[in-house]
Design a protein around this ligand. Structure first.
Ligand code: SF4
Length: 424
């Protein structure tokens, strides 16, 4: 790699680390005699020492932005080294890294270089060169640039595995405050187009096996947490609306990293709100897999998630009158509301009940986290908790989780950053 490409890569890969919307899609796509394979496990990714997800080829196409969003390192008003890759440079890097086994895929984001169309044209060109000339079938996630011609987004969607538009802030007011050049309508347009074309493409595949696939890994987005005063309730309601309106595959949360000064932003000394980000991922999990609504998790008058207890147990504390539930009678939906029971264990309980009664001894084998669940269950009429079911009694035995502190990948004696989203 020549020095100028390496210099550019250092600048642009560093600029991409603030974008967390890059997890694997698990997309199924066969290698058709070329390079790479997205079917195995999607993109191979790792974590940087500050906890951001960084693939070895997770990069910006350009950090030379014409926009001036207050929270962003690439904003036009910042005096930072600027760089832009050509399409050929990105292709050369991707293929070179792939052949050396450094990467399994590509995550490509970009500042708005010159104009939305100019940037999107470059992204489409990169996709065409990789897919059509180099026959690269590895996982590729690219940005859809708001304001770009829908035809360009269409072309990109036929070649990429996943696409994303980052909403960044959950309300019109917050966008107007920190990113006044970004209009919500312009952000929603490509999301709308992608949702529509993904649906159409799935329909066409039912009739024609070889119908072209449009963004087979679905679309995702990202919101920054803590750059504005938006409450968790506001963020969660926006998240729910994104899943419902655009059938998002994932909404990612990124704890605000202070990189710029300015009176509109939290101070540069502010630590990223990582525990808050973690709780939002847990609440997102409840939306996607447990049948909760944002309003149930955070009702009117409860603006923020509890930092001591996870959102599911906090919901149970507020609905203690609905517990304990009988493990041999409760329906699947009710079982899912029990702290310590997830979709897999709830499914196993319901299936076993069709054959024989579930006994206390079966629960652990079925994957129920009994330490938590027993306070909310009866089994064959017998209460599995100790004494009375009160919030204080449960809190007494269920100590809050230790404060979530970010560990560095290279900190001595520390393991890898763990996947966020699940329940202990
Ligand atoms: S448009 Fe994107 S890259 Fe440009 S300043 Fe705003 S957030 Fe940063």
């Amino acid at each position: 790699m020549d020095k100028s490409t390496l210099d550019k890569l250092q600048i642009l890969a560093d600029g991409a680390k603030y974008d967390v919307s890059c997890a694997s899609s698990g997309v199924e796509k066969k290698n058709q005699g070329g390079l790479g394979n997205a079917a195995a496990c999607g993109i191979c990714h790792t974590w940087s020492s500050d906890g951001r997800c960084v693939s070895l080829l997770k990069t910006l196409v350009s950090n030379d932005c014409v926009f001036d969003c207050a929270y962003c390192a690439s904003r036009s008003g910042n005096d930072i080294p600027r760089a832009s890759f050509t399409a050929e440079e990105i292709v050369e890097l991707t293929i070179g890294f792939y052949r050396r086994n450094y990467i399994e895929g590509l995550f490509l984001s970009s500042a708005i270089e010159r104009s939305p169309n100019h940037t999107m044209e470059k992204i489409v060109r990169i996709l065409q060169l990789l897919r059509e000339r180099e026959k690269f079938f590895g996982y590729i996630h690219v940005k859809a640039i708001p304001g770009a011609d829908p035809q360009l987004i269409h072309q990109a969607g036929l070649l990429a595995d996943r696409m994303s538009v980052n909403l960044e802030l959950p309300t019109r007011e917050s966008l107007a405050l920190l990113a006044p050049q970004k209009k919500p309508e312009k952000l929603y347009l490509p999301m709308e187009q992608m949702a529509r074309e993904i649906r159409q493409s799935k329909e066409e595949q039912k009739s024609f096996r070889h119908a072209p696939k449009f963004v087979p890994g679905g679309q995702s987005t990202q919101m920054i947490v803590g750059a504005t005063r938006d409450s968790d309730r506001t963020i969660l309601k926006a998240t729910q609306a994104l899943y419902r309106r655009f059938q998002m595959k994932r909404v990612y949360f990124s704890a605000y990293m202070p990189v710029n000064g300015g009176s509109l932003l939290p101070s540069l000394q502010t630590a990223p709100p990582l525990l808050r980000e973690h709780r939002l991922y847990q609440a997102d999990w409840l939306l996607r897999f447990y049948g909760f609504t944002a309003e149930e998790i955070l009702p009117e008058g409860t603006p923020d998630l509890d930092l001591e207890y996870d959102p599911k147990i906090h919901w149970a504390f507020r609905h203690l009158h609905e517990f304990p539930v009988e493990v041999n009678k409760a329906d699947y939906k009710t079982l899912l509301r029990v702290p310590g029971i997830g979709p897999t264990s709830a499914g196993r309980i319901v299936r076993q009940r069709g054959v024989r009664k579930v006994g206390q001894e079966d629960l652990q084998r079925m994957g129920v986290a009994l330490k938590r669940a027993r306070h909310f269950l009866t089994c064959g009429g017998k209460y599995l908790g100790d004494g009375e079911l009160t919030v204080d009694a449960v809190k007494e035995v269920l100590h809050p989780l230790p404060r979530f502190s970010q560990v560095g990948l290279f900190d001595p004696g520390q393991g890898l950053h763990r996947e966020v989203g699940g329940f202990p």
